[in-house]
Write a protein of this length. Structure first.
Length: 517
């Protein structure tokens, strides 16, 4: 079936999840989808919000663990605002051009936290996985729901999760339904997304609050540089407004937003599985499965390799990674540094480089080993301020089957601090288990927000919103999000809305948490 060719290849959902969707799983422990519940949910009208179904027969688990937090702000320099993006924190999966995964705003403190969800599947296609979200000037949620046979751009009410507008996106048998996994919201609240057909779409949202609807404005054609079987993985503007796009098969392209002119560089025998970062000096940072790059645009707006730094890509694709190589989008720190992880064994390392176009001495300033021997891997970007890094361990997440039937992945989140010279040292390591979330930090609260899953009890799969103290690494509180496969986030990001509500995209749609009155 199509989902086996597309999603299992490009979003490796895993055999158990796919079999559960078919209703024919070979492993009875991994069948967590109640088809009667889903049928009832999909029979509802679009304007009716139906909660995501829970795991049938789940054992009782705690609803809340820990205590409410007291805000303890973390002070860090503000990330420069790219004027071609929506405000920082609202524009893309990693929050800003630096890909910092930090918010200056606050999130839930765990005070009488309320959880609510919306099943976004349809009768024809029950899977609806939003990887990324953006928030327009009204605070409404924009996301792309990835399904078995379709991909849809959706606009949601942030308070109720009601679907306000929907736009089907193109799919391709050759590539799959993946479209806009990495999209961004620009300064005019337009959605800029790569499609499965080798184009970049710019989609207007018109009609104000009362009658919103999507209206296609422009399409940039990149088919001349996107080869057969390839796809555009991500697109992002630099600080001058030029669009930069990367493809899975190693093409780095620029697009002139005024005339649509495309120029490109092809990396030799390298793949790009992550997004890119940009800074105010004109640098654009890309990591392939072999090396970290800085690109700059020349006078014609064409991409030029400014420098390349190879890293230890290891000898295997570890469980928890989409490729044999770094699983991180480059993260920019302050005015000087760029950070990634490698794929080395026995220990994975956090690597920090000087990112300037020209530097004196070695670019690599530190290489810090993290997690256990032969059990460290991450496929999510680092959370970073100008001097602190938080890295999570995704080792063991080979797909939803790895967290089904009571199973869990290898634990670990580690904070590393840099000195003025960029040398790093470990501050703390948490034993929380984060299978695949794009974790975030609220600087206003001093909390790390993530999404965790512990073993059992029994065959129960309980997923928790989790808040960790940024300074100490202590788990402050955990609030149950839901149970079962449809609450698996599968590489999606956690987002804070304009009012501080926390949202996570999951297999069944969106689950959210906000503090109570």
């Amino acid at each position: 079936m199509y989902i086996r060719r597309a999603i299992s290849r490009l979003l490796p959902i895993g055999v158990a999840f796919l079999a559960a969707l078919d209703g024919c799983a070979e492993d009875p422990l991994s069948v967590e989808v109640n088809h009667a519940q889903l049928a009832a949910a999909t029979a509802a009208t679009q304007s009716t919000v139906v909660p995501i179904p829970q795991q049938p027969g789940a054992e009782p688990v705690p609803t809340f663990i820990g205590r409410p937090a007291t805000a303890n702000p973390v002070f860090a320099p503000a990330i420069p605002q790219n004027r071609f993006l929506a405000p920082n924190g609202m524009s893309n999966i990693h929050d800003d051009s630096y890909m910092s995964d930090t918010y200056e705003t606050g999130g839930p403190l765990g005070v009488a936290p309320q959880v609510f969800s919306a099943f976004l599947g349809t009768e024809e296609d029950w899977l609806a996985l939003p990887i990324s979200m953006g928030f327009d000037r009204y605070g409404r949620i924009l996301l792309i729901a990835l399904g078995d046979t379709r991909a849809r751009l959706l606009l949601l009410n942030p308070s109720t999760l009601e679907v306000l507008a929907s736009l089907p996106l193109p799919v391709s048998d050759a590539v799959g339904v993946i479209a806009g996994t990495y999209f961004y919201l620009d300064q005019l609240d337009r959605v800029v997304l790569p499609t499965a057909t080798g184009q970049i779409w710019v989609v207007d949202l018109i009609g104000g609050w009362n009658r919103p609807q999507f209206n296609g404005r422009r399409a940039y054609d990149l088919t001349a540089v996107v080869g057969p079987g390839d796809e555009i993985g991500s697109v992002l503007p630099d600080f001058a407004g030029t669009l930069w796009a990367v493809t899975k098969q190693g093409t780095v392209a620029t697009v002139n937003p005024h005339n649509g002119q495309v120029a490109s560089v092809q990396l030799s025998d390298e793949r790009i599985e992550n997004s890119l970062a940009a800074d105010e000096t004109g640098g654009v940072f890309v990591v392939s499965d072999h090396a970290l790059y800085r690109f700059d645009a020349d006078k014609k707006g064409e991409p030029v390799i400014t420098w390349r730094e190879a890293y230890d890509r290891g000898t295997r694709r570890k469980p928890g990674q989409l490729s044999q190589g770094s699983g991180t989008t480059p993260t920019l720190m302050g005015r000087d540094f760029v950070a990634i992880t490698d794929n080395a064994d026995p220990y994975m390392h956090v690597l920090v480089y000087r990112r300037g176009a020209q530097v004196t001495g070695p670019r690599l300033t530190t290489s810090v080993p993290v997690f256990g021997a032969n059990e460290g891997a991450t496929d999510n970007s680092l959370v970073a301020t100008d001097r602190s890094i938080v890295v999570e361990n995704n080792y063991g997440y080979s797909g939803p089957e790895a967290t089904s039937g009571g199973r869990a992945t290898t634990p670990g989140l580690t904070r590393i601090d840099l000195d003025a010279n960029g040398h790093g040292s470990v501050v703390w390591t948490s034993t929380e288990r984060v299978p695949s979330l794009v974790t975030k930090a609220s600087l206003a609260n001093g909390l790390i927000y993530t999404y965790t899953k512990d073993p059992g009890p029994g065959t129960t799969d309980a997923w928790y919103f989790t808040a960790i103290d940024f300074r100490t690494g202590e788990t402050v509180w955990k609030r149950l999000a839901g149970t079962g496969l449809l609450y698996n986030n599968h590489y999606s990001g956690l987002h804070l809305g304009r009012d501080g509500t926390m949202y996570v995209g999951v297999g069944g749609g969106v689950v959210a948490l906000r503090d109570g009155p």
